[in-house]
Design a protein around this ligand. Structure first.
Ligand code: OGA
Ligand code: NI
Length: 345
């Protein structure tokens, strides 16, 4: 519990154990948070569906990242969600102590830094609340009881966020030419909520809130609030994701990259800190269940475009992914098929 950054950040300079090696440090250069990352108006799907599909598809192919507006999740739900999660992190430590755990298998837990504080070489400027959202009626009993509105508000956010995720997946399904409903059942059955809290940092040039990574799951929907901090790595450069009012950030995860046989991109991203204000983000990570088989969609592969990955269980991938944290391509390596050996049945 003492390890949580929010517990001590006010009283100390940046401890040495939080300083990243020079090659991964964000440095002092300010990253432009421009309009490079596409913004898709999902409201347009009602009047011009084919254009919306094209926009979502292009963004997923080129960037693996986009923002959505007019997405159907109301401003009230977004504000309530951000407020209740911020309130959670602001509560006195005693109120949160029972949720703190360093056991990664705990289904609802408060922890800090990254996957394994005990074994990582250096730490990250972040506290995390993480819990499952499926099956909702079972999981909800394990979610924080305080703030008292937490369960109600997050239930609504998770249900609406999941619906939005499925809407986007269906647009991608059509865009890729897969059969309708391809992602609807097993592949998108599970969901995790990860709330990240990055307190103000004494030296944002030396540390990161979250190291460079790709998400392992199918698709992620992120409420990033008003504060800049998320960056996407594209063509050898970091690009800032500009906070936009009432927008949600969407990114393609490894699962979707694999199912699409590399037609969609799982982009590397990271979160930097700032010295002025705390930043809180709330992500919904949609994935298959851990027992599901993941493989390139049959209809996307043929003799000319052979499958680039073998079939595997998602849990097999997850355990390898977490052991390889920080190296995105290496995490995919054991699941890749050598190009010339891929045989189509
Ligand atoms: C994540 C993530 C970005 C952010 O939780 O996987 O990429 O800005 N978060 O908090
Ligand atoms: Ni991420």
């Amino acid at each position: 519990m003492e390890r949580l950054v929010s517990n001590w950040y006010n009283h100390r300079a940046l401890p040495e154990s939080y300083i990243c090696p020079p090659e991964t440090r964000p440095g002092k250069l300010s990253i432009p948070s421009g309009d490079t990352i596409p913004v898709v108006n999902l409201g347009e799907a009602l009047t011009n569906r084919s254009n919306t599909i094209l926009n979502v598809l292009r963004a997923s192919q080129e960037f693996g990242f986009f923002q959505v507006v007019n997405h159907g999740v109301s401003e009230k739900v977004l504000n309530d969600t951000m407020n209740v999660v911020e309130e959670f992190f602001k509560m006195p430590m005693e109120e949160k102590a029972s949720l703190y755990s360093e056991d990664p298998n705990k289904v609802c837990r408060l922890y800090t830094s990254n996957i394994n504080y005990g074994t990582e070489k250096y730490h990250f400027w972040r506290d995390i609340l993480k819990h499952h959202c499926h099956p909702l009626d079972d999981c909800i009993k394990l979610w924080p009881q305080k703030p008292t509105r937490y369960r109600d508000v997050i239930r609504t956010f998770s249900v609406e966020g999941k619906k939005l995720g499925l809407t986007i997946l269906e647009l991608l399904t059509e865009g890729l030419g897969l059969e309708s409903g391809y992602f609807k059942k097993d592949l998108s059955e599970a969901m995790l909520l990860v709330a990240n809290h990055y307190p103000p940092c004494p030296d944002p040039s030396l540390t990161l809130g979250l190291p460079k990574h790709c998400d392992p799951n199918l698709i992620t929907i992120l409420l990033q609030g008003h504060t800049f901090g998320l960056q996407v790595f594209k063509d050898g450069q970091w690009i800032g994701v500009q906070p936009l009012p009432n927008a949600l950030v969407v990114n393609i995860g490894h699962q979707l990259r694999i199912v699409s046989n590399n037609k969609l991109k799982s982009a590397e991203h990271r979160a930097v800190t700032n010295s002025k204000v705390a930043r809180t983000t709330v992500g919904l990570f949609i994935s298959s269940s851990e027992d599901s088989i993941i493989e390139p969609a049959k209809s996307l592969t043929n003799a000319v475009q052979p499958p680039l990955y073998r079939a595997f269980r998602y849990k097999e991938f997850l355990s390898y992914y977490f052991s390889m944290m920080g190296d995105t391509e290496l995490a995919l390596q054991p699941f890749k098929l050598p190009f010339n050996q891929s045989v189509i049945s």
